[in-house]
Design a protein around this ligand. Structure first.
Ligand code: HEC
Ligand SMILES: [Cu+2]
Length: 407
């Protein structure tokens, strides 16, 4: 992008004081830029995201499954019927009001109990409803038919991320968490304009599936109700704690498809995106193979006794992936997010206190529970917080301590 445009955009969005000064000096240029921006709409720094939202999008996402295409057809079918009825009813109404107004001396007609009229206004709407219900029911039934899936994946909603477990089919056993990219969270916190097309849709680990295979998604949740929705795949299913629901899709094209949690689930609801990566069969097989190897390498023995430096090093990666977004890289937290650097619970020689906070969360989930991390990961991240920044306790928490605390 040209420098001048970029500057205008920067100034328009507020941004830093420096940009504001530039804007004041060049307010003429900025105004010109604004009118150009409004005129074309294309000067925005963001572009359409294939498989995700488009700039100024009004229509539904382009369908990438049969079901999504049917849904879109239904949408237009019903919309057209509604529009025709709307125009018909209001047309007659306004015409009558106008034509038979009192100033023209209109006399009200005085007829009662016209059997013909009553039969007509009962049958016609009934037929219209049937005409809409028949194709709609067909699609709903097809949406609910999750039998004979090639691949079954469980999607678990957490406040505020998704967990994916490959339960059946190629890749069985693969399991990971999918969290919003940390840099996107930081962009949002800072209020800076989104310079990327996939703003707040980028995750660390996308859900990977093969093309042209029936993928059954089982949804459930760990804490509150979430919903797993990917518009271009035509799926949207509530994820309810203690219940299991399912849906399915068969992607027709490889590519990236985006969605979001679609059930208001707390203050970070906007920060739990869904990214589905559809690969060719061969690429998927290679991915699944690689993931399995990684899992085998990572499968930690919870009985292993670690040396302090190894556990701290491992903990640093766990911290960066899971804690840093809230507690910050410097461990100082911010606002209601308490610091871990210098915190009494972290420094306490009684390790059980911090273990309990990590396993159960604190302050009604403001600090989430981290039960889903492995024993080794939890031991590592706790040991890391106890031996990083100004915290130099020399204390070590072994995976076995976590195993014991879980009981
Ligand atoms: C969603 C934001 C968030 C994330 C992610 C998060 N925390 Fe917290 N954490 C909090 C909040 C908020 C508190 C303060 C809770 C309270 O008020 O008692 C807290 C408190 C703590 C405390 C207790 C501090 C004290 O002085 O009582 C520890 C220890 C802690 N977090 C460690 C971690 C670790 C380790 C991770 C990563 C596995 C993590 N947190 C991830 C928000 C978060
Ligand atoms: Cu949610």
């Amino acid at each position: 992008m040209e420098a001048s445009k970029m500057k205008t955009i920067y100034a328009l969005f507020g941004g830093a004081a420096q940009a504001a000064t530039t804007a004041r000096r060049r307010s003429g240029e900025a105004l010109l830029g604004l009118s150009a921006l409004l005129a074309t709409g294309s000067a925005l720094a963001v572009n359409n995201l294939p498989g995700g939202p488009a700039v100024n999008q009004l229509d539904l996402h382009p369908p990438m499954t049969r079901i999504a295409a049917e849904q879109q057809w239904l949408h237009y079918f019903v919309m057209i019927i509604c529009t025709v009825i709307f125009l018909g009813v209001f047309g007659v109404m306004f015409y009558s009001i106008f034509k038979h107004r009192r100033s023209k001396g209109a006399q009200a007609a005085n007829f009662h109990e016209s059997t013909t009229v009553e039969i007509v206004w009962t049958t016609v709407p009934f037929l219209i409803v049937i005409a809409m219900a028949l194709p709609a029911t067909k699609v709903v039934v097809a949406m609910k038919d999750t039998t004979n899936a090639d691949l079954t994946i469980k999607a678990t909603g957490y406040q505020w991320k998704w967990g994916y477990d490959y339960i059946k089919g190629e890749g069985e056993g693969i399991s990971f968490l999918s969290t919003l990219d940390v840099t996107h969270r930081m962009m949002s916190d800072s209020g800076k304009p989104p310079p990327t097309d996939d703003y707040l849709l980028k995750v660390d680990n996308p859900l990977v599936v093969p093309v042209d295979k029936k993928v059954r998604i089982i949804t459930t949740a760990n804490d509150v109700i979430h919903a797993w929705m990917v518009p271009s795949l035509g799926v949207k299913q509530d994820a309810i704690p203690g219940f299991v629901r399912d849906t399915w899709f068969r992607a027709e094209k490889t590519g990236d498809y985006y969605g979001q949690c679609a059930e208001l689930c707390g203050k970070e609801h906007a920060y739990m995106p869904i990214h589905v990566k559809v690969l060719s069969q061969a690429d998927y097989a290679a991915w699944a193979e690689g993931e399995k190897k990684k899992l085998a390498a990572k499968a930690d023995d919870p009985a292993k006794v670690w040396a302090l430096p190894d556990l701290v090093a491992r903990g640093a990666t766990v911290y960066a992936a899971n804690c840093q977004a809230c507690h910050q890289a410097n461990g100082k937290g911010m606002g209601p997010i308490k610091a871990v650097d210098g915190a009494a619970v972290v420094l306490d020689a009684d390790k059980s206190k911090q273990i309990a906070i990590l396993l159960n969360g604190a302050n009604n989930g403001a600090m989430p529970a981290w039960k889903q991390l492995s024993d080794t990961e939890l031991a590592a991240v706790i040991t890391y917080t106890k031996n990083n920044w100004s915290n130099q306790t020399g204390q070590i928490v072994q995976p076995a301590d976590i195993v014991a605390a879980r009981k």
